[in-house]
Design a protein around this ligand. Structure first.
Ligand SMILES: Cc1cc2nc3c(=O)[nH]c(=O)nc-3n(C[C@H](O)[C@H](O)[C@H](O)COP(=O)(O)OP(=O)(O)OC[C@H]3O[C@@H](n4cnc5c(N)ncnc54)[C@H](O)[C@@H]3O)c2cc1C
Length: 438
């Protein structure tokens, strides 16, 4: 690994999703110097990958992009993307933390890349684009998505054929095939963990086909099908490009499921399924949309009304636990569920496309890196969940957003503000910036 540079900040924010961006902006606006470390090649987290957001149906990227840009251009914020912390521990000399980071190799010199995408246009290699749910292709050298920040290309060394096309067309000589990961040390006096969540892997749910049934997709994939810059620019069934006439949502696919080790409710799945169902009924007015659910948890401000609106739009809600999914004829998906209303009993149905509302799992385990504990659900433990929800069991380390447990964007942003305030109070206590008047 190349050079070991050391840089000093007031606060280190680990995770550049909406929680990390908000916490960093709130601290930076108070004149604290903040470093954001993000393991992806762009900041923005899950929110920048969503279509629209409940309960207002605002465009997700219209809200997220300005926050991303504000963080990127803030004089007190430095972004380290495509970077990961190897160890975050006590600093040697003074109070605070030392974070050992690895800046992963992009094989592109980020000081030279101007984001013109010439490399991408000329690259001959096509790879499934996971940013688009795997439904379309990207190149082996690429910018992750159109409003990614920073607009710097990265080369996927696993698929690159080393044909040299990108190097030939790059107007600034930015291609660096020999680039090595870089080690970096950041010193900070406080840390905020905003490492978010992942959705439960499809492959883990055997009753739902372990991810091998065509036309059973995740809700995050549906977000891409519904997004304005989605893979097909309309909602089509992935196996054959058919416009689906019947779409089903399976709620609690993994959440509240002891057999999957996830006894907790993931909190956002009812609302995002209702949101997607409403968006689908706009995109495909003739389609039948069914939501199979155990309970509808419309807990937030305006959420119950949102749910009632979806019923009024004709979306069908069936109370029943889906036991199994199977491949049906002509790409259909066979659904078997235990009905909990009417006569009850085991019922079969068939749908053109099935969306799994998969549970949320922790995005990262902090224990081996910074010694902060996890709660029994695997999310970062908070020591005073009622009165100071952002305190971890490590002094000077705070947590916000889905890193501490599944939550929606409203609660994530509010919690990020709270974490920034706790961190600011902590920083001021450790090293007062102003003397009180005599
Ligand atoms: C399908 C779906 C639809 C949704 N729709 C809505 C909606 O309409 N409205 C709503 O309110 N909520 C919605 N949500 C919930 C919303 O996505 C979350 O509230 C929000 O993304 C939480 O933000 P966050 O910053 O805490 O986490 P994330 O968005 O997960 O961001 C965490 C960031 O941390 C980074 N990271 C993780 N580990 C590390 C590490 N070790 N080092 C560096 N970086 C790291 C990740 O790469 C990521 O960028 C939806 C969720 C899903 C799954």
């Amino acid at each position: 690994m190349a050079t070991n540079q050391t840089l000093d900040y007031d606060a280190l924010v680990v995770g550049g999703g909406i929680a990390g961006l908000q916490a960093a902006l709130d601290l930076a606006d108070q004149d604290y110097r903040v470093a954001i470390v993000e393991r992806d090649a762009s900041i923005g987290g899950k929110m920048i990958r969503l279509s629209k957001v409940f309960p207002t149906l605002d465009c997700a990227s219209c809200i997220t992009t300005p926050k991303m840009a504000a963080a990127a251009h803030h004089p007190n914020i430095t972004l380290y993307t495509y970077a990961e912390g190897r160890a975050i521990g006590a600093a040697a000399e003074a109070d605070g933390f030392r974070a050992d980071l690895t800046l992963k190799a992009r094989f592109v010199d980020q000081n030279r890349c101007i984001g013109c995408r010439q490399c991408e246009y000329h690259c001959p290699v096509l790879v499934p684009d996971m940013e688009q749910g795997g439904f379309s292709a990207r190149k082996a050298i690429y910018i992750p998505f159109s409003n990614a920040i920073p607009q710097i290309a990265l080369l996927d060394s696993e698929h690159c054929m080393l044909c040299g096309q990108c190097e030939k067309v790059c107007p600034t000589g930015a291609i660096a095939y020999q680039q090595q990961p870089q080690a970096l040390v950041l010193n900070a006096r406080a840390v905020i963990l905003t490492t978010g969540f992942e959705v439960m892997p499809l492959a883990d749910k055997q009753q739902y086909g372990n991810g091998r049934i065509p036309n059973v997709i995740t809700a995050l994939q549906m977000e891409r099908l519904l997004a304005p810059h989605g893979p097909y620019n309309r909602v089509l069934r992935p196996s054959d490009g058919m416009e689906p006439g019947s779409i089903a949502y399976i709620q609690c696919a993994g959440s509240r499921d002891q057999s999957m080790g996830q006894a907790y409710c993931s909190r956002v799945c009812c609302m995002y399924a209702i949101k997607q169902a409403m968006l689908l009924s706009g995109a495909l007015p003739l389609a039948d949309i069914t939501v199979y659910y155990m309970d509808i948890r419309a807990f937030g401000k305006g959420y119950e009304q949102f749910y009632q609106n979806s019923r009024a739009m004709g979306i069908q809600f069936i109370k029943g636990k889906v036991a199994t999914l199977g491949a049906g004829p002509d790409g259909a998906v066979a659904v078997r569920y235990e009905a909990q209303e009417a006569e009850g009993g085991s019922v079969s149905a068939s749908h053109d496309l099935v969306v799994l509302s998969l549970g949320l799992t922790p995005g990262w385990n902090p224990e081996p890196v910074c010694g902060v504990s996890r709660a029994s659900d695997g999310f970062i433990k908070t020591v005073r969940p009622k009165t100071a929800a952002t305190l971890t069991d490590h002094e000077g380390v705070f947590v916000a957003g889905a890193a501490a447990g599944p939550k929606d964007i409203v609660d994530t942003i509010a919690e990020a503000g709270a974490a920034a305030m706790e961190a600011a109070v902590y920083l001021a206590r450790k090293q007062p910036r102003r003397q009180a008047a005599a």
